[in-house]
Design a protein around this ligand. Structure first.
Ligand code: AMP
Ligand code: GLY
Length: 427
């Protein structure tokens, strides 16, 4: 298997990490990334096509002998890119629009969990605001209210009083803050514990697990401030055991794959369960249908083997556990974000220190939103850079990643100084 051309779809640090790992594969000839960003030119040829412009992406794939399309960005799955690839006989790593509903509709996802007996918070679904409100009033507080559709991470409200319930229902279902994503809601019990994630490569039937990981969603240290797409990740999480991962596979991922198959929508790609763990009790918060960002950045640093082969085998229903290997090390990512993030972002700030940071052993910097002009890099969005490091211990990985971060600066740069600290306290 050589001389293959791959098209990666998306533009963030996640896609840079995928291109970087694909570039190590002996099976790969050319890597294209649509639309990508300037910072990933080291590993991919950029293609100026938006990730939801399905017709143009297919046209490009067909005329450039692309043997595998890899969907990074979930909006491309929702727009039907995988369906179009299948129709045109192009192998695709990523779910069809229908299978992606496991992420894109929380109502669908929770009903699937119930039907497949997957351990999750007790819930009800509503499309009538009054019934939703009355039910939420009757629940023990806090109670969790979730908009059905995608809402850029802002569609979940943890309500501690009837007033907060009223506000949430008003914003989501009546004022339609997230458009039609708020036509229905899930109302569910609040779960206690620590949030942890993992991923699984899936080929429609089989699943092969990744190590555990932990994201840090809030913008400020100590988990303060508004939620972001993710400000830093460590993997694996030292206290998460093989038993936890085994439970995630056997009681969540496998039953979901089986049910999706039975429904006629086999799932191909990465299933990413968000878990709530309280000692040995493990429950599913949500399914995502893609690699996490910045989870993908740590996972690609730990992956060993031929990524092209694994992704292609997923796409063609022939995934083999023995092809998926992980380094026996720890990895950490720290996100450097631009001024104003997550409310807004700032473009055009000159980034300095990248070359010095990249000199450090075991450091790789993935670009999330940068552009290049006259040999210099500038900020071009909210999350700008994903600085990653690996080490024999978690402390090593964290020390190295923060040493690298120390070299980099741009106007208004924001980052968390406590990535990986939470888990060490629990150890
Ligand atoms: P979701 O998009 O469903 O993962 O929800 C976003 C975030 O809300 C999660 O990462 C959790 O921090 C929180 N959350 C969601 N559901 C619950 C729940 N049932 N109990 C406690 N926290 C939750
Ligand atoms: N880092 C969280 C996500 O990708 O959903």
């Amino acid at each position: 298997m050589q001389n293959n051309n791959v098209l990666v779809v998306g533009s963030g640090g996640r896609e840079h990490a995928l291109c970087w790992q694909l570039a190590k594969s002996n099976s790969v000839n050319k890597i294209f990334c649509a639309p990508g960003n300037d910072g990933m030119k080291d590993s991919a040829e950029l293609v100026k096509i938006d990730f939801t412009d399905i017709n143009k992406l297919i046209e490009f794939a067909l005329s450039n002998d692309v043997t595998l399309v890899v969907i990074g960005q979930e909006a491309a799955s929702e727009a039907g890119l995988a369906d179009a690839c299948i129709k045109n006989n192009i192998a695709v790593f990523g779910p069809t629009k229908e299978a992606a509903k496991i992420e894109t509709s929380k109502v669908f996802s929770k009903q699937l969990m119930r039907q497949a007996n997957i351990p999750t918070a007790e819930f009800e679904t509503f499309n009538d605001p009054k019934l939703a409100r009355d039910f939420a009033y009757s629940c023990p507080k806090p109670v969790v209210i979730k908009a059905d559709g995608l809402a850029t991470g802002k569609g979940v409200v943890i309500a501690s009083s009837n007033q907060e319930i009223d506000d949430a229902i008003q914003n989501i279902m009546i004022d339609k803050e997230f458009g039609k994503s708020g036509n229905s809601v899930v109302i569910e019990d609040f779960l206690k514990g620590q949030e942890v994630s993992t991923h699984a490569f899936c080929d429609g039937n089989k699943s092969v697990m990744f190590p555990s990981s932990q994201d840090h969603k809030q913008i400020y240290d100590g988990d303060k401030g508004p939620n972001t797409g993710g400000m830093g990740v460590i993997a694996p999480v030292p206290w998460v055991t093989e038993n936890h991962l085994d439970a995630a596979n056997k009681t969540m991922i496998q039953p979901a794959l089986k049910l999706l198959n039975d429904l006629g929508s086999p799932f191909t790609g990465t299933l990413y369960p968000g878990l709530m763990i309280a000692r040995s009790d493990i429950k599913l918060l949500e399914f995502n249908s893609r690699f996490g960002d910045p989870e993908c950045e740590v996972y690609m640093r730990l992956f060993e083997g031929d990524l092209y082969k694994v992704l292609y085998d997923c796409a063609t229903g022939s995934l083999s556990e023995s092809d998926v290997k992980w380094k026996n090390e720890f990895a950490a990512t720290v996100i450097l974000a631009s001024a104003g993030y997550p409310k807004s972002s700032h473009k055009g700030d000159l980034i300095s220190g990248l070359a010095d940071a990249e000199q450090i052993d075991n450091v790789v910097i993935f670009h999330a939103a940068t552009y290049e002009k006259d040999g210099q890099y500038y900020t071009n969005g909210g999350r700008v850079l994903a600085v990653t490091a690996t080490g024999k211990t978690l402390d090593d990985a964290l020390n190295i990643v923060y040493k690298a971060v120390g070299y980099i600066s741009f106007e208004g740069m924001q980052y968390r100084t406590d990535i990986g600290k939470r888990v060490q306290q629990i150890g």
